[in-house]
Design a protein around this ligand. Structure first.
Ligand SMILES: Cc1cc2nc3c(=O)[nH]c(=O)nc-3n(C[C@H](O)[C@H](O)[C@H](O)COP(=O)(O)OP(=O)(O)OC[C@H]3O[C@@H](n4cnc5c(N)ncnc54)[C@H](O)[C@@H]3O)c2cc1C
Length: 445
C-alpha cells in the first residue's frame, strides 16, 4: 500500500512531500526497488531534521514482529519496525532491559541502528550498535545480506549509523541486559557553573548512567549552571513495590495544537530554566524513580515538538574531542549564551571512546544537544558554532541535523567518510538509497 503525504522529522523542519510505502514483507521492498528513483527506509520519524526524508519512503512500522528470544543470553531477534517501547513493555516485566537507550522510547530498532544512537551510559556501554549481534539488510540488488561485527564487517560498519543509505535493515539481533526492577536509583546534584558541573561528571564517572541539564541562558559566573542526574538499576530489595518489574501505565499530557511562536521567547525560556533549576535543586540527593521518568521525561508530553510553533525547530548536537577540553565547551557555550536565542533543553553528556562504525557520531569527549526555534538568526549562530566545532576537531550528529554544509560534514567525519563511500559505491552504485540529507551533504548526487 502506498499514498502521497507530507512528512517531517521531529523538529518539524523541513517538511516535504513524499510517497509513503507501507512495508509488511521483504517483497514490498523489492517492489519499491523495481520502480525508478531513490527510496529510503523510515521508522518513527524521531530523527529531528532531514535524515529520514525523501520523495519516496518505506515505512517499516508494519514490519514489527519479534521473532525469537533466548531467556539465557537475553538475545532478541526482531524485525526492524519494532519500537523500543514495545521491547520495554514486553521484556522489563520478564527482567530484561535495553543495553542502550536514547531519550525517547518511541524509536524503531531500524532507526536506532541506522543512527547508532547513544544513551546516558555511553561512557561505560558504548552505542546501540555495540550490542547488535547481527543484521539482515536488503541492498539495492534486492538481495538480503547478513552482516555482523565478524561477517561482512564493512557492510555492518557502514550500516550501523549509516542513516539508511546502504539499504533497508529488515531484521536485527540485539542483546538485552538483565535487571531486577523497573526502577532507577537516581542521584541529583546541583552545580553552580560549568566547572562545578564537569567536576561532578568526574566524581560520578563510575555511575552507569549520567546526564546533565544546562541552563544555557545563565551567563557570567553562573555560565553552565546545571543539574547532573546519575543513575543505577535498582535491585529488587530496594523497591517497595509488590511487583518490582511492573510499572503502571503513566499518563500522557498532550500539546494539542502548535503554540504561537511568541509563547517561546527569551523571557519564557528564562522563566522555565529558573524554575527548573530551583525545583530540581530543592530535592538533591538520592531517590528512586521508575525507568520512564529517568530515561524518557519528554515522552510524558505527547507531541511536545509543537511548543516551538508551526515553523518548527532545529536541534543542534555536537561533540568535542577530549583535546578541546572544558575550555572548548566553555567557548561554545559562551557564544550560545551571548546570542540569547535560548533553548529549553540543553543536555550535556560525556562520551567514552567511539566505535569503528563509519558514520557513528560519538567520540571521547563532551557532547551538548540544544533546541532552537527555526529562524534566520539561529542559522547564522549555528554556522558560527559549526566553524568552532570543526576547528576543535569535533562533529555534528547527523540524526539531529537539517542544515550543516557538506564541508562541515566531511571535516567532522574525516577519513570515515571515505570508508563509508567505498561501501556505498560497492553496494549501491546507482544511489537507490538517498535522503534529503544525503543530497545536501553530497553523500549522494
Ligand atoms: C525526544 C528525543 C530524544 C532523543 N534522544 C536521543 C539520545 O539521547 N541519543 C540519540 O542518539 N538519539 C536521540 N534521539 C534521536 C533518535 O533516537 C534517532 O533519531 C533515531 O534514529 C530515531 O529512530 P526512528 O525509528 O524514529 O527513525 P527515523 O527518524 O524514522 O529514521 C532515522 C534514520 O534511520 C533510518 N532508518 C530507519 N529505519 C530504518 C531501517 N529499517 N533500515 C535502514 N534505515 C532505517 C532512516 O532512513 C533515517 O536515516 C532523540 C530523539 C527525540 C525525539
Amino acid at each position: 500500500m502506498s499514498y502521497q503525504t507530507k512528512i517531517s522529522g521531529w523538529g518539524r523542519f523541513p517538511v516535504t512531500e513524499t510517497r509513503e510505502n507501507r512495508i509488511r514483507k521483504t517483497d514490498d521492498i523489492r517492489t519499491a526497488l523495481a520502480a525508478d528513483g531513490s527510496i529510503l527506509a523510515r521508522g518513527l520519524g524521531r530523527s529531528y531534521g532531514d535524515a529520514s526524508l525523501a520523495p519516496e519512503v518505506l515505512s517499516m512500522l508494519p514490519s514489527n514482529r519479534m521473532l525469537a528470544f533466548n531467556e539465557k543470553t537475553g538475545l532478541l531477534r526482531c524485525e526492524s519496525g519494532v519500537s523500543l517501547d514495545e521491547i520495554l513493555r514486553t521484556f522489563v516485566p520478564r527482567g530484561w532491559f535495553l543495553p542502550v537507550t536514547p531519550g525517547t522510547r518511541f524509536v524503531t530498532i531500524g532507526g536506532a541502528i541506522a543512527s547508532d544512537v547513544h544513551g546516558k551510559n555511553h561512557h561505560v556501554a558504548g552505542s546501540f550498535c555495540d550490542h547488535i549481534s547481527s543484521l539482515k539488510i536488503m541492498t539495492a540488488d534486492g538481495k538480503i545480506k547478513s552482516c555482523s561485527p565478524r561477517k561482512n564487517t564493512a557492510l555492518f560498519r557502514a550500516s550501523c549509523g549509516g542513516n539508511g543509505l546502504t539499504g533497508v535493515i529488515v531484521e536485527a539481533g540485539i542483546r538485552l541486559i538483565p535487571v531486577e526492577s523497573a526502577w532507577i536509583r537516581q542521584t541529583t546534584v546541583k552545580a553552580a557553573n560549568l566547572d562545578e558541573l564537569t567536576a561532578q561528571f568526574e566524581m560520578h564517572k563510575t555511575a552507569t548512567y549520567s546526564v546533565a541539564w544546562i541552563d544555557c541562558l545563565a551567563g557570567g559566573d553562573a555560565m553552565g549552571r546545571g543539574i547532573l542526574f546519575a543513575g543505577e538499576h535498582a535491585a529488587k530489595e530496594e523497591v517497595k513495590e509488590k511487583f518490582p518489574l511492573v510499572l503502571k501505565p503513566g499518563p500522557m499530557i498532550p500539546v494539542p495544537v502548535s503554540l504561537p511562536a511568541f509563547t517561546l521567547n527569551p523571557l519564557t525560556v528564562r522563566l522555565f530554566n529558573n524554575s527548573y533549576f530551583n525545583l530540581a535543586a530543592r530535592k538533591p540527593g538520592p531517590s528512586l524513580v521508575n525507568y520512564r521518568s529517568f530515561f524518557y521525561p519528554l515522552d510524558k508530553v505527547a507531541n511536545w515538538n509543537r511548543i516551538y510553533g508551526s515553523r518548527g525547530f532545529v536541534q543542534y548536537q555536537f561533540v568535542l574531542p577530549e583535546s578541546a577540553g572544558i575550555t572548548g565547551l566553555r567557548n561554545i557555550l559562551g557564544e550560545i549564551v551571548a546570542a540569547g536565542t535560548g533553548s529549553f533543553l540543553a543536555v550535556l553528556k560525556q562520551f567514552g571512546k567511539g566505535n569503528g562504525n563509519f558514520l557513528s557520531f560519538p567520540m571521547a569527549g563532551w557532547t551538548l544537544a540544544l533546541d532552537f526555534p527555526e529562524k534566520p538568526s539561529v542559522f547564522q549562530l549555528l554556522d558560527r558554532l559549526d566553524s568552532q566545532v570543526s576547528e576543535m576537531g569535533g562533529r555534528i550528529y547527523l540524526t539531529k541535523d537539517s542544515r550543516m554544509s557538506a564541508e562541515t560534514f566531511r571535516t567532522g567525519y574525516r577519513e570515515k567518510v571515505n570508508a563509508f563511500m567505498k561501501i556505498k559505491g560497492e553496494t549501491d552504485p546507482g544511489n537507490r538509497f538517498a535522503s534529503l540529507q544525503s543530497k545536501r551533504l553530497e553523500i549522494t548526487p
